[in-house]
Design a protein around this ligand. Sequence first.
Ligand SMILES: Nc1ncnc2c1ncn2[C@@H]1O[C@H](COP(=O)(O)OP(=O)(O)OP(=O)(O)O)[C@@H](O)[C@H]1O
Length: 523
Amino acid sequence: LPSQLQPHVSRPEDSSFLHDMFRERSLHSLIKVTPLSDELQGQSSNGEIKELLALLSRPHVKSLLSVHDTVAQQNYDPELPPLPEDLDDDEDSVKIIRLVKNKEPLGATIRQDDHTGAILIARIMRGGAADRSGLIHVGDELKEEIIRILAQSQGAITFKLVPGAKEEAPIKEPKVFMKALFDYSPMEDKAIPCKEAGLGFKKGAILHIVSQDDATWWQAKDEEEAHPRAGLIPSKQFQERRFALRQPVATLPSTFRSSTRRSSFGFRRSFRLSRRDKKTNKSMYECKKSELYDTADVPTYEEVAQYRRHSGARHRLVVLVGPTGVGMNALKRKLLISDPQHFSVTIPHTSRPKKNQETDGVEYHFIAKHLFETDIQHNKFIEYGEFKGNYYGTSMDSIRSVMAKSKVCLIDIQPHSIKHLRTSEFKPFVVFIKPPSVERLRETRKHAKFISGKDDKASGRTFTEEDFQEMVQVAQQMETQYGHLFEKVIVNDDLSAAFSELRQALKRIENEVHWVPISWTHS
Ligand SMILES: Nc1ncnc2c1ncn2[C@@H]1O[C@H](COP(=O)(O)OP(=O)(O)OP(=O)(O)O)[C@@H](O)[C@H]1O
């Protein structure tokens, strides 16, 4: 071979280099691999040669050799069809993109430029086909009537793009997680730029927000899906804005808790307060601030982070809410009996005189009326009310003192008070106790006493049909207005089943990783 190259190699050092190279043994072995097996065929009597032949004829060795040859010959470039003939040579930068497309959408939305009329890539869905290709960027202009072709075709598609002014820097996926506080269906959303690119979700879903670049449409993945792909969701600002423009939602009327008829027996569950003063028909409940629906709290998204309680750390406060008579006391009682060392309830305050058999700090904290009023002014109570001229209330400090004993504190409050407890100190786990259907209430509560407290046995009576209707209706209203604050909903149909569901849920939040508002994890 060197002699054959002689006419082309003039310098002696080139000639000696080639000579040395072609004498290299490794090169010889490489060249000889294939002819070797042909040579060996003739000498197959020798055992070692037979074994070598068998090895060389194995499919995977053959494949390896074939791959080697393909790579050596640089034979791996795909065969592209000829470039489109109408390519404008004057256009200095046109990208010819060839994508092999499967059933998955391209993962890009387009828009028309208001001035030029050009079709531009509006956004690239994170993790979608276009994003993974790394070839298409926001602002790129589509040069052909490609949209229809893209939507309809599968397999290899070739099209032209004029690159946008600036190429996007590679983006790191932000680790932002939001809990959805409303149900969303892109198919019913008239504003979404592309329904197919939308991501539907239910209240309570945990969404991984992968892009907030666009002020109106975020991109998110549903963390609970097996193969989450980014989809468009309305941004927090946008959702709040359009929510504000809508008709105000039906809010719970301040009279929802009882009728005047109810007032004669409507004793408060936790501290046996009348829900409504029968003379003034005024609600017996006050909370620290206005109980009117706070329009600033438009339920959109809440940023969350994963949280696990360290052993020895304080327990989350367990808050039960629900319509009167649904069974919150019954459930609390069952929890207390099931593990009195673990669960506890608060001791209410009252300004009424202590009875003989009572002990201060056991049934109630007995305090003077003027001191009670001072405490009200200092926002010491999560809820308080007046009954027969005496105050009754649950103080924040009474919750703190239970939590400080490393016990799980159980309270039941009106839903409008929840927001005052939503702090990193209390980390409330809000459970909505929901009544079953009226039919099931009729069956299960046949012999139940509506008012079941020990203080007011005399006022105990069985449920009426009207009580059931109201319980279901109030529950519906509570869910509509405050549903975004409920972390768990338990239907109290069969009491033991509801109890074990509650017990399970409490075990989970005590021991397992779960999502809480991100601000609760910073302290
Ligand atoms: N699943 C159930 N099946 C049958 N009876 C039930 C069930 N749950 C609760 N009850 C009964 O219903 C009555 C009212 O329950 P409970 O006192 O626990 O209600 P509550 O939600 O605490 O109401 P309130 O706010 O008026 O105190 C009680 O007699 C209780 O035993």
